[in-house]
Write a protein that binds this ligand. Structure first.
Ligand SMILES: NC(=O)c1ccc[n+]([C@@H]2O[C@H](COP(=O)([O-])OP(=O)(O)OC[C@H]3O[C@@H](n4cnc5c(N)ncnc54)[C@H](OP(=O)(O)O)[C@@H]3O)[C@@H](O)[C@H]2O)c1
Length: 333
């Protein structure tokens, strides 16, 4: 099945550039390898996806690059029609250009549409490492360190290597500290967003500041790695309100999560390597919208349940993962 990309709603970033209202995630959660993901990118672009959310730490940009290059050679899509993101990982905050160049080389592109600082901490941990592993030299958030990284991102825009820059895994307190210092402001903020974790304050603050929210784990990341699971976690697709609405519309609860996301105004970037899933994830925002009452019922069901707690980023002396998220409105550390 093919969805006409022109029928997929778009958002306009403050730069005037348009971005599709749904994208494809490419993090395999240690469960799906580069082959499966490259194949999904191929199928997804053929099905009508134009936004692909990549990152160097997902360790599959080279395979995605081969796929994109082939799709462009075959004339399935042009570079201008695609919106490709990537992210600088925490061990490269001092060498952002080198990291960006590596992503460009792997993705076989001459520019990225959007380049994120993946996490605001410079604390490295290896891909796939255990949730309890910590780097001895881990540090709390520092405005100076972050702005040094951001200045390097701004230079990427000047050099034409990236069209827009963005931040990810930020808090209102951190944004308030760094936004006044930006020469080039972030065009987008990637953040965890699903019906069980709606982050209303951060969402509203980003929108107020003209920053487009992009929602990761939009379905509640049912295949996330073991290290990101706790007993208290609420599954978005199991929430009674989501299930009731799904039943009423005759659709899978995952699609209720995506319709809710798109109608609220964030850009969901669902991951799937399964064709029926990724096709319906895109198609669902072009048809049968949720009613205002359904949107409100989901809003009221928020349970503030963060799934990606980020505990591997903790520094010596930090008490728990809550310290990463400035929950009382001030920067911890
Ligand atoms: N910036 C960041 O720090 C950050 C952090 C996390 C993620 N991300 C990005 O966000 C993307 C999405 O997050 P995510 O992959 O963790 O979670 P997700 O998109 O919420 O969940 C993906 C899983 O949902 C299931 N699914 C997808 N479509 C479905 C459908 N139509 N019906 C039923 N089940 C469906 C699949 O499960 P099965 O595998 O069981 O089929 C799939 O593996 C990532 O791939 C990545 O690009 C960014």
């Amino acid at each position: 099945m093919k969805i006409d990309p022109n029928k997929v709603p778009k958002h306009t970033l403050y730069t005037g550039v348009q971005i599709p209202a749904v994208g494809l995630g490419t993090f395999g959660s240690d469960k799906y390898g580069p082959d499966a993901i490259a194949q999904a990118v191929d199928g997804a672009v053929r099905a009508g996806y134009r936004l692909i959310d990549c990152a160097s730490v997902y360790q599959n940009e080279d395979r995605i690059g081969e796929t994109l290059s082939r799709l462009m050679q075959e004339g399935v899509v042009s570079r201008e029609e695609l919106f490709v993101t990537s992210k600088v990982w925490n061990d490269c905050h001092r060498e952002v250009e080198a990291s960006c160049q590596k992503s460009l080389k792997d993705l076989q592109l001459s520019y990225l549409d959007l380049y994120f600082v993946h996490w605001p901490f410079p604390n490295y941990h290896a891909p796939g490492c255990d949730g309890d592993s910590r780097m001895a030299d881990s540090k709390p958030f520092s405005v100076e360190e972050f702005m040094d990284t951001w200045r390097q991102c701004e230079k990427l825009v000047d050099a034409g290597l990236v069209k827009q820059i963005g931040m990810s895994n930020m808090t209102v307190a951190k944004l308030k500290a760094v936004l006044p210092l930006c020469r080039i402001r972030p065009a987008a903020l990637e953040m965890e967003l699903h019906p069980a974790f709606q982050q209303p304050e951060l969402f509203d603050y980003a929108v107020e500041q003209g920053i487009q929210p992009i929602g990761y784990c939009p379905i509640g990341s049912p295949s996330r790695p073991e290290r990101d699971r706790t007993e208290e976690d609420v599954a978005a697709t199991e929430m009674p309100v989501v299930r009731e609405i799904a039943e009423r519309h005759g659709i899978h609860p995952a699609l209720v999560c995506l319709k809710w996301a798109a109608q609220r105004g964030q850009i969901p970037i669902p991951f799937s390597v399964k064709e029926p899933q990724y096709v319906s994830n895109l198609a669902c925002v072009t048809e049968d919208p949720l009613t205002d009452e359904e949107m409100e019922a989901i809003r009221l069901a928020d349970c503030n349940c963060r799934l990606i707690k980020g505990q591997v980023f903790l520094w010596p002396g930090a008490e728990s993962w809550h310290d990463l998220w400035d929950e009382d409105g001030t920067i911890v550390g």
